[in-house]
Design a protein around this ligand. Sequence first.
Ligand SMILES: NC(=O)c1ccc[n+]([C@@H]2O[C@H](COP(=O)([O-])OP(=O)(O)OC[C@H]3O[C@@H](n4cnc5c(N)ncnc54)[C@H](O)[C@@H]3O)[C@@H](O)[C@H]2O)c1
Ligand SMILES: [Zn+2]
Ligand SMILES: [Zn+2]
Length: 395
Amino acid sequence: MRALTWHGIEDVRVAEVPDPTIQLPTDAIIRVTSTAICGSDLHLYRVLAPYLTQGDVLGHETMGVVEEIGSEVTRLKVGDRVVVPFVIACGECWMCERKRFAQCETTQDREQGTGAALFGYTSMYGAVPGGQAERLRVPFADVGPIVVGSEHPDERYLYLSDILPTAYQALEYADVPDGGTLGVVGLGPVGQLVVRLAVRRGIRVVGSDPEPERRALAVEWGAVAVDVDDAVQAMRDASDGRGPDAVVEAVGMEAHGNPAAAVAIGLASRLPKSVAQAAIEHGGIDRLSALMTAIDAVRRGGTVSISGVYGGVADPMPLRIMFDKGIAMRMGQCDVRRWIDDLLPIVEEEGDVLGLEQLATHRLPLDAAPEAYRTFQRKEDGCIKVVLKPELRPA
Ligand SMILES: NC(=O)c1ccc[n+]([C@@H]2O[C@H](COP(=O)([O-])OP(=O)(O)OC[C@H]3O[C@@H](n4cnc5c(N)ncnc54)[C@H](O)[C@@H]3O)[C@@H](O)[C@H]2O)c1
Ligand SMILES: [Zn+2]
Ligand SMILES: [Zn+2]
């Protein structure tokens, strides 16, 4: 089959790879109909290169049709239309029982000291081949996949795989009181969905992003949106000078605005593998400017809810300020399945109330993926979200 494979820093290629097969009786194989590129893929594209191996298949936002099931799969049948959560969980362990699927004790990588295995997310997270491909092997197929109906196009459901539950979790963690205010740092696909979910709840939202198009989209959905340097002031202005009750950080380790860390990232990703991994794990590679904005803006006693992915350990944090302001912080990979029962009815509401069918600015054949990664990374051509369709033929 054809799949998007990683070859080096900012070098991904569509190549022929072996078809996935059922390896365990709890597996399923799906034929991929839509698979999106995520902001998290951009970290793999560059900064996290030391964790990748040539030929790794990327992708973790996938949906399609069940083609084959293992002998112990009972909840799915061949022909079902499914969305596949990016987190691979067993459904039965101590963590899964508590709905902390992203911490699953069965699939977590103890050698790496990381949480549940993730599709297409490198040796750090189980080295499981991803879904930017014609087919995907889904482990624990009775646990993750969400069976959906046929009445709406793929894009209505696709984001249940990751960014929609991620945005929902960010908002749940933010715990904004009635009549409250929320700051959203970063208006990429995740930030946009946080805005839409929050406005729906009657929350006042102020977002920030360097990209004018992304700000304009957030404004269309009812937020105030400002450039990075104006973020803290605008968030305070919207909350009687106090700062928002909570701030969601939806940017992550590659935030703009910290040139020194940008250089460190560039260097770390080019070192030999073992040295580079050590540099990432023990050195400061994260660009913290977005997180610092969140900490600065949030009111005393408020919550910073981090969706953005971070990678280093030694980055200095303003602990005095965090302590003095009495800030609560919540963060982590999304427990996807935990939020699906809340989200599915919203997704299926008449009239596409979250604008999911319009979020993708680019719908392309799988073969266009390398170009699409570049366009999404550089935010060119009005690119906000890319959906790859393996069944589309190149023009
Ligand atoms: N926790 C999870 O489970 C989970 C799931 C999905 C994505 N993520 C992470 O969420 C983050 C956002 O993902 P996305 O798909 O929206 O990606 P994205 O890269 O498109 O969005 C990031 C946005 O932040 C903006 N930005 C950069 N620097 C900024 C700054 N200093 N202040 C304000 N905005 C700034 C960028 O212009 C961009 O619009 C990424 O770090 C991604 O890895 C986490
Ligand atoms: Zn993602
Ligand atoms: Zn588990």
